[in-house]
Design a protein around this ligand. Structure first.
Ligand code: PLP
Length: 394
């Protein structure tokens, strides 16, 4: 009966191609790194989430090899049957320490950590109050829960307070936000959020995927950056971005909440244990970064250099304090075309336009890494400037 589905898909795909939302995947012929190979040609890479520049490194390769040698290839089980090894418990302890929480629970991905969170704790007598620009995985996770759903305007504390007042009769309220928002690199005002939550007796959940290992003096993420360690009830995070880049994730939380997740969270209970390569390598990395602050130092130096040089050359750069650096262009077509032109010049960046970002906010997004050299940054700025001139942007 595929005949009934096929014409629908063909029409949808054709429409997506016409309105520019069709996604073409470029195929890398090399490991992920500051330089990558596509179509036999080398590019400087400015669009990976590997903020510490670790994903393609020998360091992580060795750490994962050693983990597999010690713990085997995989568990072929969920955690509560026979899938928990010493290394999983050690990683959970290390994550809890990094995040400043009492405990942590591992998940196969942050998407799964989010899906397994709200439906476990919150039902029809509760309310979830979610930032309008939250990640797709939070939006879907909120939908999976039977709790009442409220959305507050992006980082708008007055609107959040309204929603907290409107839900005061619910048994539990939880405020949910990304720690760092991926399109603008803007940071949630966690201090204000925690203060409001305290005032109205609500819980706080953050998804810190773009901040784990990046933000905060010791890489503890946005709670550390905002000075609210110990005040956030649920922190979901990933090993798939700065912390190695392969995958795997966690929910860091209070003692009883972690215990409850291990008993009731469906995406934890009914999905395979996190693989040994990622578990062992992540454990190694969290320890390694404690004595190697130079990765974060280089990341922030590079970020500052790129932002300063771009501004000096006349580009509009957001003021966010994150290696996600959107170069704002406004014009939809210009952003996409400029992304392609930069790619042709050997700089791998992506132009984002509506509906991925709001109308009139089209941009080329740049992601800086600790692996970039000063010369890489200078070269990217030089190419941006020459291409920008062609497009009449600067
Ligand atoms: C990347 C990202 C995720 C997904 O993380 P995975 O571990 O790859 O599933 C979830 N939330 C946010 C905010 C993200 O940026």
């Amino acid at each position: 009966m595929y005949g009934s589905l096929k014409p629908i898909l063909e029409a949808e795909l054709k429409a997506a191609k016409e309105n520019g939302t069709y996604k073409v995947e470029r195929v890398l012929e090399s490991p992920q790194g500051r330089e990558i190979t596509v179509g036999g040609k080398k590019y400087l890479n400015f669009c990976a989430n590997s903020y510490l520049g670790l994903s393609g490194t020998e360091l992580m390769e060795k750490a994962s090899e050693e983990a597999v040698k010690k713990w085997g290839y995989g568990l072929a089980s969920v955690r509560f049957i026979c899938g928990t090894q010493t290394v999983h418990k050690e990683l959970e302890r290390a994550v809890a320490e990094l995040e400043g929480t009492e405990d942590a629970v591992l998940y196969s991905s942050c998407f799964m950590a989010n899906l397994g969170l709200f439906q476990t704790f919150f039902g029809p007598e509760d309310a979830i109050i979610s930032d309008e620009l939250n990640h797709a995985s939070i939006i879907d996770a909120v939908r999976l829960s039977k709790a009442e759903r409220h959305v507050f305007k992006h980082m708008d504390m007055a609107d959040l307070e309204e929603k907290l007042k409107a839900t005061k009769d619910k048994r539990l309220r939880v405020v949910a936000t990304d720690g760092v928002f991926s399109m603008d690199g803007d940071i949630a005002p966690l201090k204000d959020i925690c203060d409001l939550a305290e005032k109205y007796n609500a819980l706080v959940m953050i998804d810190d995927a773009h901040a784990n290992g990046v933000m905060g003096k010791s890489g503890g993420g946005t709670p550390e950056h905002c000075g609210v360690v110990g005040r956030v009830d649920f922190i979901t995070g990933t090993f798939g971005k700065a912390l190695g880049g392969a995958g795997g994730a966690f929910t860091a939380t209070r003692k009883e909440a972690a215990d409850y997740l291990r008993n009731r969270s469906r995406t934890y209970l009914f999905s395979n244990s996190l693989d040994t390569a990622v578990t062992g390598a992540s454990l190694f990395l969290i320890g390694y970064l404690k004595s190697h602050p130079e990765y974060r130092k280089r990341l922030w130096e590079n970020t500052k250099l790129f932002r300063d040089l771009m501004k000096k050359n006349g580009f509009t750069v957001s003021d966010a304090q994150h290696p996600i650096t959107p170069i704002m262009l406004g014009d939809e077509k210009k952003a996409v075309e400029m992304g392609k032109a930069l790619f042709d010049e050997g700089i791998y960046v992506i132009g984002f336009a509506y509906p991925v970002v709001p109308k009139g906010k089209a941009r080329v997004r740049v992601q800086i890494s600790a692996a970039h050299t000063k010369e890489d940054i200078e070269k990217a700025v030089e190419k941006f400037t020459s291409v920008g001139k062609k497009f009449g942007v600067v």
